[in-house]
Design a protein around this ligand. Structure first.
Ligand code: HMG
Ligand code: MG
Length: 287
């Protein structure tokens, strides 16, 4: 039997947060509902951040209220602080994600906090989530390169990963936020992180800005990672990372993994329909 690799769909959040046109809630709901039929087990579709910082994610509660919740799918939300966590719980997110950085420059630009301050902010989220049994995922951005600080020391990524893991994050997603990683830098970074966190609790979140996301996934598969984040239609990036366009496209990752003999459990025909919706959103034609 073919080995399973999971694609964690992040398009409705990590993708749409970076689109220039304000996307109506109904279009977001239609995209998530389409994706729900594709076989994903986790779809990130909301972000309870400051609307002053990321106006595109305002309306996340309406999105979570409007979607049809498919059995077996967990709908995830980003939460930068306790207030965001409480809003995510009220909106019935099935899991939340905290997001740290391995570089100080990006941490400050993205969440207006040092790495240490951000971890202090995440602690009450982890405590509150543990009380109600809600899973928390941990993101680390800029795991190889930072748009402000240059190359990221691998040891720093390992240190932040160890902190988030020991605080209770069930999985750590490692972000090549500006898509400049190479198989060599990914391998070196992962070797450092694997000293602290097992491969089964790691995910690769790679951007395709320089066209290397798939080879970086290959390097990660070699080291035992079996979860990869991707955005349908290659939507988006991060508004606080200049040049971060290009989350790797779900359809490319799915085809690539199938070509290597892995099984993703995804229905490629449904994904194609979601790609069409995503592309229509991108050019502003509506869905
Ligand atoms: P701040 O300005 O330092 O803090 O922002 P603040 O406490 O002064 O809050 C500013 C305003 O936001 C206040 O409103 C707060 O009430 C409000 P005002 O008094 O000015 O009217 N506020 C909130 N509103 C709604 N929900 C909240 C919330 N918290 C405060 N939860 C803060 C600090 C963290 C809030 C801000 O920096 C922020 O929201 N940053 C989010 C940036 C973001 O979402 N970036 C994209 C996601 S990360 C990413 O994409 C990378 C990733 O995909 C992985 C990868 O690709 O590498 C994960
Ligand atoms: Mg991303």
């Amino acid at each position: 039997m073919a080995e399973h690799v999971e694609i964690f769909e992040v398009g409705p959040r990590d993708g749409l947060q970076n689109e220039k046109r304000p996307i109506p809630v109904a279009e977001k709901v239609a995209l998530v509902d389409c994706l729900s039929g594709a076989g994903f087990r986790r779809i990130e579709c909301a972000s309870f951040v400051s609307p002053k910082w990321v106006p595109q994610m305002a309306g996340s509660a309406e999105v979570l209220a409007g979607i049809h919740r498919a059995p077996g799918v967990r709908y995830a939300a980003l939460t930068p602080n306790l207030r965001g966590f409480q809003d995510a719980v009220a909106a019935k997110a099935d899991e939340v994600a905290i997001f740290a950085s391995a570089s100080e420059g990006f941490s400050k630009a993205n969440i207006n906090a040092t790495i240490e301050e951000s971890i202090a902010r995440f602690e009450p989220i982890l405590a509150a989530a543990a009380e109600i049994g809600l899973p928390v995922r941990g993101y680390i951005s800029c795991v190889t390169d930072c748009p402000y600080d240059g190359p990221t020391p691998h040891q720093k990524v390992a240190e932040v990963a160890a902190r988030l893991f020991s605080m209770g994050c069930y999985e750590i997603s490692l972000g090549d936020t500006i898509g400049q990683a190479t198989p060599e830098s990914i391998t070196a970074m992962l070797k450092a992180v694997l000293e602290e966190v097992p491969a089964a609790q790691l995910a690769g979140h790679y951007h395709d800005t320089a066209g290397r996301a798939l080879v970086n996934i290959d390097a990660s598969l070699e080291l035992g990672l079996r979860v990869f984040d991707a955005a349908v239609g290659g939507l988006g990036g991060c508004p606080y990372a200049p040049g971060a366009e290009g989350n790797v496209a779900t359809e490319r990752v799915a085809a690539h993994l199938a070509g290597k003999g892995y099984e993703t459990g995804l229905d490629l025909a449904v994904i194609e329909r979601a790609v069409a919706l995503a592309q229509a959103m991108r050019v502003g034609e509506g869905a």
